[in-house]
Design a protein around this ligand. Structure first.
Ligand code: PAF
Length: 284
């Protein structure tokens, strides 16, 4: 496995692969790998001749009051996991390589980014779509892999790639959960044991919502009430949102219609956690 922080080196290695008509897969990450990241790398390994993993904690997607400085970083362990899961190249640029002093270009996807996460984190997606564009331009992959854990990010990146005719396939990958059903997140580094127990309520609440919809409840207001009840029973009181949207347009839904994204964001201590499920509306 090769490691580099140089854009030129990445380009040279990729053009060598492309000369030999090899397919290239990119797994963009901010490091602090858990099994969720590993599942993306494994999938990329299966589906491509050459696998690039990028590791870059992107300052542009954090607001000044957010956890950019605290964000977990463990490059040694990440490199080991990348290699064990079959990465060929790890691109780990520094801030100056990505955002030189005179940097002034940003990519924004409109509307889709105003809701859900975008409401609480207004500049977040502009940072995500900018870095993803840069990584896609640098690596020029055939396929790029994103987890469904950040469902809105996945929808936004898919829309950007479609709107801007970017020649890459965005591959969405399932959420990886621990034995208690908690969706794995690098931000779990911030939680203590008691808080991890509380976090079990997040997926439990979503499962209750799914159960209600599957058994014929068509009023999402009632489903939301039940989800909020479960969260509160687990001691989760700071709930940013629980929402129902059409997947992948993110149009708000009041009742089942096509594929439904139920997503939520809550705070446990100072840590903001996200989770979601996507389900097919039942035929009634
Ligand atoms: O999901 C992430 O880890 C980040 O938002 C991404 C896509 C690597 C962009 O920085």
């Amino acid at each position: 496995m090769i490691k580099t922080s140089s854009i030129k080196k990445v380009r040279d290695l990729i053009s060598e692969q492309k000369k030999n008509t090899k397919s290239v897969g990119l797994v963009p990450t901010m490091g602090a790998f858990h099994e969720g990241h590993e599942s993306l790398i494994k999938k990329a390994r299966k589906e491509n001749d050459y696998v690039v993993v990028s590791i870059f904690v992107n300052p542009a997607q954090f607001a000044p009051n957010e956890d950019y400085n605290l964000y977990p970083r463990d490059i040694k362990s990440d490199l080991l996991k990348a290699e064990n899961n079959g990465a060929d190249l790890v691109f780990m640029p520094n801030d100056k390589v990505i955002y030189p002093e005179d940097y002034s270009t940003y990519v924004t996807v409109e509307e889709l980014t105003d809701k859900l996460e975008g409401k609480s984190r207004p500049s977040h997606f502009r940072g995500v779509t900018t870095i993803v564009t840069k990584l896609l331009n640098i690596v020029t992959p055939d396929n790029a892999y994103f987890g469904q854990k950040d469902a809105q990010q996945l929808a936004v990146v898919k829309r950007m790639v479609k709107d801007l005719n970017m020649p890459v396939k965005i591959v969405g990958c399932p959420i990886i959960r621990n034995q208690s059903g908690i969706a794995l997140s690098s931000r779990h580094h911030y939680l203590n044991r008691t808080q991890m127990k509380t976090a079990v309520g997040i997926y439990e609440s979503l499962k209750e919502g799914v159960k209600m919809i599957k058994s014929g409840t068509s009023d999402f207001g009632a489903v939301k009430e039940r989800i909020l009840d479960v969260l509160q029973n687990f001691g989760i009181k700071r709930i940013d949102y629980v929402e129902f949207n059409k997947w992948e347009s993110l149009e708000p839904l009041r009742k089942p219609e096509g594929k439904v994204l139920i997503s939520l964001a809550v705070r446990i201590g100072n840590t903001r956690l996200l989770d979601n499920v996507i389900l097919d509306s039942p035929r009634l």
